[in-house]
Write a new protein. Structure first.
Length: 85
């Protein structure tokens, strides 16, 4: 297994998907309720896609997979995602 990165590692991918800087956005874990900046998430990028996990409980918060230049995003693990102001 590769070494985990932080959310800053996916800043460009998130910008491509959301059209805005998202590492300063605040996410809330749907499992444990922890609130953290996207930049603080634990990211694994060596899978078929990118997986971002909660730093507190390890639950999967985001999965991003790019196929044929289209990025599919699963945010099911997030209870809330609030862009930075």
């Amino acid at each position: 297994m590769s070494e985990p990165l932080d959310g800053n590692a996916i800043a460009g991918l998130l910008f491509d998907v959301f059209g805005a800087e998202m590492t300063a956005a605040t996410g809330v874990c749907g499992s444990c309720g922890a609130r953290a900046y996207v930049a603080e998430l634990v990211v694994y990028d060596r899978a078929p896609g990118v997986v971002a996990r909660c730093r507190s409980c390890g639950s999967i918060l985001m999965v991003l997979v790019t196929v044929r230049e289209v990025t599919c995003v699963d945010l099911r693990g997030l209870a809330d995602l609030e862009p930075a102001h």
